[in-house]
Design a binder for this molecule. Structure first.
Ligand code: FES
Length: 154
């Protein structure tokens, strides 16, 4: 169940657009920030707010990798494996991360610290290979740089 504050923020988002549906993605992100991930209950709640069916909301939620449909770790690591990153050794970054964390794409470490996700293009092709951890971008990665970044997360 979303908080009163989240509900008010969603109403404010909806009022910014001629069509309230335009506020759906920011509202889902807001709900996710509060709840950690998009539970079925939240999908239904958002659907009611937007006068949509739960299925319509779920279709949006499943399309975008930044919308989580199951619990994620404290740090969500999204690694781009699209063409520019692939040409700049993203595969090595993936191998390093999966070996270091002991998890594959779509999985979370048993301590709940890291979730590893494969994403398409993060829009930073000129600084490939790239990963995003929560809201921060990390570019021109090497395995050594990945180690430093993860160490820096604490
Ligand atoms: S292909 Fe990786 S950021 Fe665009």
């Amino acid at each position: 169940m979303l908080s009163e504050e989240a509900n008010q923020q969603i109403q404010a988002l909806m009022s910014k657009y001629p069509q309230k549906r335009s506020a759906l993605i920011p509202s889902l992100l807001l709900a996710q920030k509060e709840a950690g991930y998009l539970t079925n209950e939240i999908v239904c709640e958002i659907a009611r707010i937007f006068d949509l069916t739960p299925n319509e909301v779920y279709e949006v939620a499943t399309f975008y990798t930044m919308l989580y449909k199951k619990p994620v770790g404290k740090y969500v690591i999204q690694v781009c494996t699209n063409i520019s990153c692939m040409l700049c050794n993203a595969e090595k970054i993936v191998e390093h991360l999966t070996a270091k964390l002991g998890i594959g794409f779509g999985e979370t470490t048993p301590d709940g610290k890291y979730t590893l996700l494969e994403v398409e293009c993060l829009g930073s092709c000129g600084t490939s290979p790239v990963m995003q951890i929560n809201d921060a971008y990390y570019e021109e990665l090497t395995p050594e740089k990945v180690d430093q970044i993860l160490d820096g997360l604490g």
